[in-house]
Each structure stands twice: as structure tokens, then as C-alpha cells.
Design a protein around this ligand. Structure first.
Ligand SMILES: [Zn+2]
Ligand SMILES: [Zn+2]
Length: 148
């Protein structure tokens, strides 16, 4: 994986494995490495990564949200270890964990996710129209495209 290059990650339709594929101007589908299933992509208007994502590259849904590309499980482990160490360190470890968390949050890149299919778009410039995850929008999308 080239950090910073545009890529798309999705859950395979057939086997549910996470498939992550770098995107080039000639990329037309994402192929699962586990079961070989190909997932067709939307046609690119511009070469991937040269402009912010306007629509999900997989399903074409225009409802997208942005979050930090943060491994939540790793974040939880940092806090779990900090909690264990908080007694011998007089709570200092929790403070350190909070600082580590903050530092990670500042340096980590954004990832743009689709409300509809959950596809993750990495390596694109941030689209100012996209905000953080909104439960209300997620419910509207879940109810169906007509309601949106
Ligand atoms: Zn698969
Ligand atoms: Zn989508």
C-alpha cells in the first residue's frame, strides 16, 4: 500500500473480506483477493485523487462522510494498557494515552466513507461538503434512495 495514493476499500459482496485496491485512471473494478469476485466501479470523471470525491466510487451515492483513518481497535488497546498502568503511574498513563490519541488524530489522514455501502475512499483531497458521520443522514439512507 502506497500511503497517500488514492485507494478504495470495500467489503466483498461474496465473502465479506475487506478488499483494498489502489486506484489508477484505468481501474474499473475492485477484485477480491480471497474469492476473486470483481466489484464494478463508477466511471471516473477525473483521475482518482486529483479532485475531492463527489460520489461514492462504488455505488454512486452522493452521501459521504469523513473520519480520521484511525484504527479503533488500536486506540482501545492504548487505553486498556493505560488503564492497567494508571495505578502504578498515579494516573499519568491515562494522560499519556490521551496525548497519544490527540497526536494520532492530528497526523492521521482523512478517509471518506459512503453512507450507503460503506466503501472507504483514501488519498483524495477533502471535500468541504462532507462532514462527520451523522446518524440522521445514515437513517435516511438506510430507509432507501427514494426517501433521500
Ligand atoms: Zn471475496
Ligand atoms: Zn457507496
Amino acid at each position: 500500500m502506497i500511503r497517500g495514493g488514492p485507494s478504495l476499500a470495500l467489503a466483498c459482496d461474496a465473502c465479506d473480506a475487506e478488499v483494498r485496491q489502489p486506484l489508477g485512471p484505468a481501474t474499473h473494478d475492485v477484485t477480491c483477493r480471497v474469492c476473486g469476485r470483481a466489484h464494478a466501479l463508477q466511471a471516473f470523471e477525473t483521475p482518482p485523487g486529483s479532485a475531492p470525491v463527489g460520489r461514492c466510487l462504488r455505488c454512486g451515492c452522493a452521501r459521504l462522510y469523513v473520519q480520521k483513518d484511525f484504527n479503533r481497535r488500536l486506540g482501545l488497546w492504548v487505553f486498556a494498557v493505560a488503564a492497567l498502568l494508571s495505578v502504578p503511574t498515579w494516573g499519568l498513563s491515562l494522560l499519556v494515552a490521551t496525548l497519544v490519541d490527540l497526536a494520532l488524530y492530528t497526523v492521521l489522514p482523512d478517509v471518506t466513507l459512503c453512507y450507503n455501502c460503506g466503501a472507504q475512499h483514501r488519498g483524495f483531497p477533502r471535500n468541504p461538503e462532507h462532514g462527520a458521520y451523522d446518524l440522521h443522514v445514515a437513517e435516511v439512507v438506510a430507509r432507501g434512495p427514494r426517501a433521500a
